[in-house]
Design a protein around this ligand. Structure first.
Ligand SMILES: [Zn+2]
Length: 538
């Protein structure tokens, strides 16, 4: 087994399993680029280049659920992996088909829709497998059991233990127990929420809170939500129907998800409850009968709620009597963007409610309490904490050790680590490792984050650029000097260049001279102005 992505930070989840000649891959997610060390990238991908010589050996890709950190990189990965068949539960396959349709890939891939309630094993290549249902924040989430002649693996996917779900089936611990009774060698245990000690809030509790808040709202209600969180959208639709309001959906990804969920009969809704979000329809519905449900609760740059907060939305502008509910958690890393967005929303004077004030969200990842139940129930020989950074994964390891596991049997891996079991199902933990790089998608290209181009971008962003035409001693800069400094500093640099050209040896090649001059100018700018721009001499 080799984790390909998902162990460095949260996102880009992907794991491969190998037995003999056959390879099986679970998930193919993306990680959102957040500027910092990935400037200009749209998103980051798992590095699958080492698999290129082995494409014919890949029997299938299993997809646990339709969140972007599990399916978002498939558009890039599936063609690069030679179009292996994709297996997943119905809603997951529908989500992948939608994104493949947009990328023009839908007809190139073979899809296999699995029934997570079948309760029996099937085969692909040398692997026996069984998908099983788990509770999470998107319909049809699954874990998967994988068996080879030397290993029995239970991969929980993303999960929580929910006894009162809104649209999914309640957690079936007896089913987990049935699968675990085969004797599990390795449990892949997600750790996204291992900072949380207790159980996740029940979805039913959230329903009650939401209903009360909407009932108390004097006028319009605007709810920020994840586009794939269909259970919450169902809540809003049901509450709207009970209170005689209409629901208007904002944000393309949410409009798409709602359409898929309605078509599949997952989202149940009376005729006329959902209304299109256009100014004519909005004017025709009294404001105290409107609920707008929108994407962008994480402060995403182009998310619906963020557009509204900037006053950039075509049809929605916030009014003082609006009630805005952020029905979502704060994904680590998004804190500042959310605070900025809330500050902008607060300037309009509306009432804002978040999980700090009311229980308006129930997360999709079990806290330590739930992880404890699964470890205790499955009783695997080895535990591999996944879907988290090293701190989240170590938190789970400490918990497992407290519960009696030998620390040696709770494996702290890195992306590219190789875990092998022998025919007696005993661990051979190899010191060998596949060297993987962080790759990112930038427009139409894929590039490594470790290249000079990326270092240059970071330097350009922070320090600006100085460009010099050496022969004519012409100086230009961008982002380096403030307006009142430009004239004097460009003059000083031009003088420096003229002097250097006067001292240039006639036999020195122009290109070499430019390289040396760029380094010299870099030192000069650092000494005089204490700045370190990218310097280009031509
Ligand atoms: Zn998920």
């Amino acid at each position: 087994m080799i984790p390909i992505g998902g162990l460095r930070t949260v996102g880009a989840n992907m794991t491969m399993f190998e037995h003999g000649e056959d390879i099986l891959i679970v998930d193919g997610g993306l990680e959102f680029a957040r500027g910092g060390n990935s400037p200009g990238f749209n998103y980051l991908l798992p590095d699958i280049r080492f698999l290129q010589p082995h494409l014919k050996r890949i029997k299938a890709m299993f997809i646990t659920h339709g969140h972007l950190d599990h399916i978002g990189a498939l558009k890039n990965l599936v063609p690069a992996l030679g179009f292996p068949p994709l297996y997943g539960a119905p809603f997951t396959i529908a989500m992948i088909k939608k994104s493949f349709e947009e990328a023009g890939l839908k007809n190139k891939v073979q899809f296999f829709t699995v029934n997570p309630d079948a309760g029996k094993m099937a085969n692909v290549g040398v692997f026996k497998y069984e998908f099983f249902r788990v509770n999470h924040t998107i319909p049809d989430s699954c874990g998967v059991y994988i068996e080879t002649p030397s290993a029995r693996i239970m991969h929980m996917g993303d999960y929580k233990l929910e006894f009162f779900p809104r649209i999914d089936k309640p957690v079936d611990l007896a089913n987990y127990s049935r699968i675990a009774s085969r004797g599990i060698d390795i449990l892949l245990q997600e750790t996204t929420n291992s900072y949380k000690q207790d159980w996740t809030t029940s979805e039913t509790k959230v329903t009650g809170e939401l209903k009360q808040l909407i009932q108390d709202a004097p006028e319009r209600v605007i709810i920020g939500n994840f586009s794939t969180l269909i259970s919450r959208i169902q809540d809003v639709v049901t509450i709207a129907e009970q209170l005689g309001r209409h629901v208007l959906v904002n944000g393309r990804s949410m409009v798409d998800c709602v359409a898929i969920a309605r078509e599949m009969g997952i989202l149940k809704c009376k005729e006329g409850t959902l209304k299109p979000l256009d100014s004519k329809t909005m004017e025709s519905i009294p404001e105290n009968k409107q609920i707008i449900i929108t994407t962008g609760a994480q402060g995403e740059e182009f998310g619906g709620l963020n557009n509204i907060s900037r006053g950039d939305h075509q049809t929605i502008s916030i009014k003082p009597r609006d009630t805005i509910i952020l029905s979502s958690s704060i994904i680590p890393g998004n804190e500042l963007a959310i605070i900025d967005m809330m500050n902008r929303l607060n300037r309009f004077g509306a009432k804002i409610i978040t999980i700090k004030e009311n229980e308006v969200h129930s997360g999709g990842h079990g806290g330590i309490a739930e992880q404890r139940v699964i470890m205790n129930l499955v009783r695997p020989k080895y535990i591999i904490p996944v879907h988290g950074d090293i701190t989240q994964r170590l938190t789970l390891k400490r918990e497992a050790v407290k519960m009696g596991w030998d620390p040696k049997n709770v494996l702290m891996l890195e992306d590219g680590s190789i875990v092998e079991l022998d025919e007696r199902h005993e661990l051979i933990f190899s010191r060998k490792k596949i060297q993987l790089e962080a790759l990112g998608v930038d427009g139409m290209s894929i590039g490594s984050l470790e290249t000079k181009a990326v270092k240059d971008r970071i330097q350009l962003g922070e320090e600006g650029v100085l460009v010099v035409n050496v022969k004519e001693a012409l100086v230009e800069s961008r982002g380096l000097f403030f307006p009142d400094e430009i004239s004097a500093s460009h003059g000083a640099i031009a003088d420096y260049v003229k002097k250097a050209v006067a001292n240039k040896k006639p036999e020195e090649h122009h290109k070499n001279f430019c390289e040396f001059l760029a380094k010299d100018l870099g030192k000069m700018v650092l000494k005089v102005w204490e700045r370190e721009p990218v310097v280009v001499c031509l």
